[in-house]
Design a protein around this ligand. Structure first.
Ligand SMILES: Nc1nc2c(c(=O)[nH]1)N[C@H]1C(S)=C(S)[C@@H](COP(=O)(O)O)O[C@H]1N2
Ligand SMILES: [Mo]
Length: 577
């Protein structure tokens, strides 16, 4: 049976929505802003990471001198004879470097180029690292941005810095939406490649190359280090067995750094962090982000070290192993190595310009690749609540403040004339005055806010549960999404709005807050009403809510992507991670 569906008109606020470009138009985008050379906090002092360069150079020279003198000592010579580098008990892998290993090595190289660059871009959107959950300015341990100014409101968008297009993807300030699609999509491919790699390692015996099977690996790694550092290299037999140092560094990369990166990446998402109970509290979002960064540093260190060693220990032989699968002194592997590097270089060259030009396409492909995963994570029940003592001294503000005569008038009489309009696919459309809302049952919760840019903070929120609003207006069976319209515009003009799946509205922690930390909500943080929906990222929690609409679909709203930042900044509309 076909029934005629009558869709009620959108509320009067809808026409304020705007369309958006399908590419990044730099003139409409946040203007560039340079950061600073990265600094690390030691106590109260900020120390430039540039000091690492002279220190490393001095350490390098010292290391060579020490290693060379050590090798003149009879004891050390005896040690090196006893532990030549390769653990004597280490099994030898006769199959050399099979084709699948070569292919996976190449894919790994290609994927890592995207992952690292997009990761740096994400970091640049909130260029500070913290261990504490709250990100109070001054408590970070690492930053490449100035100290937070105290004499003005400084939003996290203000804080984002520009990194060059050859380094980040896409190398535009505050392009985290696009960088995340790259990072997550390629990480998915990288993980699939990694799982296949694990399986093949164990199915073929190749694991014996990279997993130390005897404690002898330690003295052998030390011996190898002394030999390398003395510039008198150990005898290699890489085709069948790795030396102790190789084994340890490959083992750490494959079996420690890779899983740690994946886990700490996922743990930065609100749905996952809030689901992990005590683990999510101890390894809070900032701790996870810091560990994720340290793991990234390991990868960069490993890639550089590995690359240099490949060159200086025998470029021809090493490239024959990994790019041609032969163990000889021909030139078979070198051209293939060059070809692989050219392919990676080309991909590197086009990634940023392509992303700027085809931003909407990148968003669409990203959604296709990882949208399903984010959809699944939306069902993770965010059940972590915190205590009064967890409340952050500072909660970063974000977003574009309301700037209209209409809002000023509402504010002037303390929202006495404010009306929350709830309409759309509901049985009983309603208008709520501020007094109506305050007369309803109040719910309080202490929760962590997760901004897409990387910061987090804890506050106590008080307000009206959305499920109570739903009980009053009674959404019809057709209603699948709920649109929150703001009284404020977004950064590029046009009303700010965001769409949520209706199932999130029944969650016991989804509220319309009018109180923060026991005080009336400030305008900065969203007065009169702001949404709290604890399994999503911050941008989905619309501030200065003016109207709520229940809809079947959101394709006809704005640019049709499910919200203002989805339309304008290419974010995804499901954002539990
Ligand atoms: N109307 C409106 N709501 C908004 C935004 C905005 O720009 N406009 N920014 C969002 C973002 S990106 C975040 S992180 C949170 C920040 O909330 P806070 O300022 O209370 O910390 O508000 C969200 N709600
Ligand atoms: Mo945000």
């Amino acid at each position: 049976m076909d029934s005629v569906k009558i869709t009620p008109p959108h509320p009067s606020i809808t026409p304020t929505l705007s369309g958006a470009d399908d590419r990044i138009t730099l003139s409409n985008w946040l203007p560039p802003q340079q950061g600073i050379v990265p600094v690390i906090r030691i106590g109260h002092r900020w120390v430039s990471t540039l000091w690492a360069l002279p220190i490393a150079a001095a350490a390098f020279i010292l290391l060579i001198a020490v290693a060379q003198s050590l090798r003149e000592l009879p004891g050390v010579q005896a040690f090196i004879t006893a532990y030549p580098g390769i653990a004597q008990a280490a099994p030898s892998v006769e199959s050399g470097f099979p084709w699948w290993l070569q292919l996976q090595h190449f894919l790994n190289m290609l994927f890592m180029m995207f992952i690292i660059r997009a990761g740096i871009q994400i970091l640049a959107d909130f260029p500070r690292l913290n261990w504490h959950r709250d990100c109070t300015p001054g408590t970070e341990w690492f930053r490449f941005q100035h100290a937070v100014p105290k004499d003005r409101v400084w939003t996290s968008k203000d804080d984002s810095v520009t990194i060059p297009q050859w380094l980040g993807i896409p190398g535009v300030r505050h392009s985290i939406g696009l960088a995340r699609w790259w990072h997550f999509s390629i990480v998915l491919l990288w993980t699939i490649n990694g799982v296949a790699f694990y399986v093949l390692l164990f199915a073929t015996g190749q694991w014996q190359r990279v997993i130390p099977m005897t404690w002898d690996v330690l003295p052998n790694a030390l011996s190898t280090s002394i030999q390398y550092a003395s510039l008198n290299f150990p005898v290699e037999s890489t085709w069948t067995r790795y030396n102790g140092l190789q084994q340890l560094s490959y083992f750490i990369t494959i079996f420690v750094a890779a899983p740690v990166s994946i886990l700490t990446g996922l743990m930065q998402g609100p749905a996952i962090s809030n689901r992990l109970g005590i683990v999510g509290k101890v390894l809070n979002r900032q701790a996870a982000r810091s560990i994720h960064f340290i793991s990234f540093c390991w990868f960069v260190f490993f890639i550089l070290g590995h690359g240099i060693m490949v060159f200086i220990t025998g470029l021809r032989q090493n490239t024959n192993h990994m790019f041609a699968g032969v163990d000889d002194k021909t030139w078979a592997g070198f051209p293939l190595f060059v070809l692989a590097m050219v392919l990676v270089g080309l991909a590197w060259w086009i990634a940023s310009p392509f992303t700027i030009r085809h931003a909407r396409l990148v968003q669409r492909i990203g959604r296709f690749m990882v949208g399903w995963l984010k959809g699944l994570a939306e069902w993770w029940d965010p059940n972590t609540q915190l205590t009064e003592k967890d409340i952050s001294p500072h909660l970063w503000p974000n977003g574009t403040m309301p700037n209209s005569a209409e809002f000023e008038a509402l504010l002037a009489d303390e929202f006495a004339n404010y009306r929350l309009r709830v309409s759309g696919l509901v049985e009983t459309p309603r208008e709520f005055s501020f007094a109506d809302l305050k007369a309803m049952a109040k719910q309080e919760q202490i929760t962590t806010h997760f901004c897409i840019q990387g910061w987090s903070g804890v506050a106590k929120w008080g307000g009206v549960p959305m499920r109570d609003i739903l009980d009053l207006v009674k959404p019809t069976a057709e209603a699948r999404y709920v649109v929150f319209y703001s009284l404020a515009e977004g950064a590029a003009g046009g009303g700010y709005y965001d769409v949520h799946p209706i199932h999130n509205m029944r969650h016991r922690l989804t509220i319309l807050a009018y109180e923060m930390n026991g005080e009336p909500l400030s305008v900065l943080h969203g007065a009169p009403l702001r949404l709290r929906c604890e399994n999503e990222l911050g941008f989905k929690m619309v501030k200065w809510v003016g109207a709520i609409e229940f809809v079947r679909d959101f394709a006809d709203l704005g640019e049709g992507q499910g919200g203002y930042n989805e339309d304008h900044e290419f974010y995804g509309y499901r954002m539990p991670i």
